[in-house]
Design a protein around this ligand. Sequence first.
Ligand SMILES: [Mg+2]
Length: 426
Amino acid sequence: MSAIVRIRLLASCYLSPALSRTAPRHSTGMLGMCTLSTTLGSGAGEDEIERIRHEFEDAKRNYLSIPAAMKDMPKMDPQGIYVNKNVKLDDLQVYGFDYDYTLSHYSDHLQCLIYDLAKKHLVNELKYPESCLKYEYDCSFPVRGLYYDKLKGCLLKLDFFGSIEPDGCFFGRRKLSLTEIKELYGTRHIGRDQVRQLVGLMDVFCFSEACLIADIVQHFVDAKLEFDAPYVYEDVNQAIQHVHRSGLVHRKVLAEPQKFLIKNSQVFRFLKTLRDKGKKLFLLTNSPFYFVDGGMSYLLEDQHFDGNSWKELFDVVIAQANKPTFYNSDHPFRVYDTEKDTLAFTAVDKFLPNEVYYHGCLKSFLQITKWRGPEVIYFGDHLLSDLRGPSKAGWRTAAVIRELEDEIGIQNGDSYRFQQVFMLYA
Ligand SMILES: [Mg+2]
């Protein structure tokens, strides 16, 4: 047993400061006694016993100072704004926003809705077994940024270096052990040749997709039915795309906005402050205008506008932008008639207030607005559509990551902090 391991074990037996004051020196708990007696039994001399006593005293001292050290550790603000690069706010003149999961936020009911609609599509249209209907969305299962291995049928969580995390490989709903991962992949690292078989489930809308993929795989496993993993992804993805593109989800959300949308008056206050400070604002979203309009009208219905509509908060409103293709394509903008639900044929060479534009591309956007890259900041939640794409234009980007609130909450908790301090001391 190494000295460090022994110190940890000895310290873990030492339960409370009160006990330390009353217990005789050799009463260090069962494990501590075993360690000493084993050493004594092996014929060790007085020096060895003294050395172990010193180690134990050191461990005890360190252990007792943990509560004080924990108090000194700074806590992070779950509501905070964190930066990885200096931003001079004075230099920012233009603020752009994505809509879904950026200006608007949704309750877990939305994931359940997408999951249920896609599950029914699988059964009714793609003729999956009716027994698939028994599955329910489980909000505790998916996290953002998973990959599905189309060949092996596994859901993977990769770390920064492209290795499968120890608890991050699921076949269906079963977590695979490290031994199973190595049997399947040879090593935990995903090589270049294996990357091609992975599909990313990058945004929050993918939570329901990840859960449905895992449940369908589990269904085949439980039913002892042979299945081809690529087809599971193809079919589930088709079902998910269908419920989005058909407008099924949008109509259900707008029919009961109070169930699905989460109001936050600070969003309006933020937008209004920017306007009052003379900043330019634009909205750039992949969602259709009627969905954005219905959502924003509901979210801001209690706020007082100077004008008639939420649209007056923005200098430019662009819907169905088709991000991330928007940043590389040459698609022209089209004026959208909100009354007639039609697109104009005339070319767009300027953006007018209160108009709504569809499609378009970054190149035209920059030509029309003349906004320079470094003076623009864009807020969004999607790694590719909202962060990587805009950064190519030199825009500053701000990621809206709601999960960080929970993560920071965990890191601020005594249990996590105790482990951190203990690792430093041990
Ligand atoms: Mg979004």
